[in-house]
Write a protein that binds this ligand. Structure first.
Ligand code: SF4
Ligand code: F3S
Length: 107
């Protein structure tokens, strides 16, 4: 079982989550972050850090976010590791409350 980054992160990418992960298992794309499911130790530290509530335990994942299990697994094999917090994306505030963003995910 792992934690999963979901749709709310797209076009926000606050990166507060990265700072607390004890095993550095976040990977970074242009406008989204993912968690490597085999590296995550299920510690739950990142979940409350996300300002847009994008992170869920796999067993508490909302029904409409199931696709993100595969998206995290696939992209964490391709994208580079990120271990330090950085500035949120410039459009983060504009997209904070927008829920339907999956089509905006850049790979
Ligand atoms: Fe890292 Fe823990 Fe979050 Fe997994 S649950 S991504 S190990 S902080
Ligand atoms: Fe994304 Fe939230 Fe982390 S917006 S980068 S999951 S703090």
């Amino acid at each position: 079982m792992a934690f999963i980054v979901t749709e709310s992160c797209i076009k926000c990418k606050h990166t507060d989550c990265v700072e607390v992960c004890p095993v550095d298992c976040f990977y970074e794309g242009p406008n989204f972050l993912v968690i490597h499911p085999e590296e995550c130790i299920d510690c739950a530290l990142c979940e409350p850090e996300c300002p847009v509530d994008a992170i869920f335990s796999e067993d508490e994942l909302p029904e409409d976010q199931i696709d993100f299990i595969e998206i995290n697994a696939e992209l964490s094999e391709i994208w580079p590791n990120i271990t330090e917090e950085k500035d949120q994306l410039p459009e983060a505030n504009e997209y904070a409350d927008i829920k339907d963003k999956k089509h905006l995910l850049e790979k």
